[in-house]
Design a protein around this ligand. Structure first.
Ligand code: FAD
Length: 281
């Protein structure tokens, strides 16, 4: 069991929009989130295979100009060491001190640069080239990564990232709290002491949640899935139910003393602020 921690660090994730209107919306969302609960930092995703390298950088620049703490995601799949080094230098020059360090999703098509194949190699590379400049977050999978060969090997690979120099981890989202608690038990048994922050996915749309969950290997428990299906034509009830489920999950996690909560905002403020208002912080 974890010890109680009432100082949970809250953070929020954005993705780089494709349009100017999307960028404007993201900035409005950030403003609302900051005014509501002042997240400690905002992370910005990096498209599969580095496909959003420029737009991720553009959003990072816009947010750092507002003196906001930003953690760009950086992935090694699809980028050469030279490109990664240049990006790290750019982030340093912008005052970025935190990165979410990933292998990255493998795009379905196209040739891939694979000078670094797994996230632990990227963590080592960043430590070799930039020392302790960056606080490095890595991904953790309480319900196991979809490509993992076994629970044991997946956990070994997580350990490799910690051994390479990760400071903290953010989980894939989950709705089974036991999966997270089991993961934390495993960390304790293996003397892993870095914070493992639950990733929180608000529930607002059944179709997109199912699609996402199938791809990333997050389970939607049957009782949640059935209820969401039943509300297929009733968006208000679906959102009210989703808010209830996710708020309860977050409160149970906080009771367990989690070090923080990382919200996958999908660039929307409403769902995340509604959950935050329900939290017993
Ligand atoms: P790794 O830790 O390298 O693991 C990938 C797989 O390889 C796992 O199955 C692992 O068990 C296995 N493995 C690791 N090392 C070895 C080895 N030496 N030999 C054999 N197998 C090995 N994706 C994006 O494209 N952009 C993003 O911005 C992004 N942000 C994310 C943020 C969070 C918080 C999370 C949880 C995920 C994010 N993802 C993102 C998804 C992530 O990139 C994918 O899940 C990706 O497939 C794996 O990345 P990883 O860093 O976890 O990889």
């Amino acid at each position: 069991m974890m010890t109680s921690n009432k100082k949970a660090v809250l953070s929020c994730e954005f993705f780089p929009p494709r349009t100017e209107a999307g960028v404007e919306k993201l900035l409005t969302t950030q403003q609302t989130l900051s005014e509501t609960f002042q997240p400690a930092y905002y992370s910005v995703t990096f498209g599969a295979g580095g496909t959003t390298r420029d737009s991720t950088l553009e959003i990072v620049k816009l947010l750092t100009e507002k003196n906001i703490e930003v953690a760009p995601h950086i992935s090694c799949i699809g980028s050469s060491k030279q490109q990664l080094s240049e990006l790290l230098e750019t982030y340093k020059s912008l005052g970025v001190t935190r990165l979410v360090t990933l292998r990255g999703d493998i795009p379905k098509t196209g040739e891939l640069t694979r000078e670094l194949s797994y996230a632990n190699e990227l963590v080592s590379f960043i430590r070799e080239t930039t020392g302790e400049h960056f606080t490095l977050e890595v991904a953790a999978y309480p319900e196991y990564h979809p490509e993992s060969l076994s629970p044991q090997s997946d956990f070994e690979h997580f350990k490799n990232k910690v051994a390479a120099g990760a400071d903290s981890a953010i989980t894939q989202y989950f709705y089974n709290i036991d999966a997270y608690l089991h993961f934390i038990d495993n960390c304790q048994k293996n003397n892993i002491t870095i914070p493992v922050v639950p990733g929180v996915m608000p529930i607002t749309n059944f179709a997109s949640l199912t699609r996402f969950s199938d791809v990333c290997g997050a389970e939607i428990p049957r009782w949640i899935r059935k209820q969401l299906e039943a509300y297929a034509d009733d968006a208000d009830s679906l959102q009210a139910f989703g808010l209830d489920v996710v708020s309860n999950l977050c409160n149970q996690l906080l009771e367990q003393g989690v070090p923080g909560l990382h919200f996958y905002t999908l660039n929307q403020a409403n769902a995340t602020t509604a959950i935050w208002k329900n939290l017993s912080l």
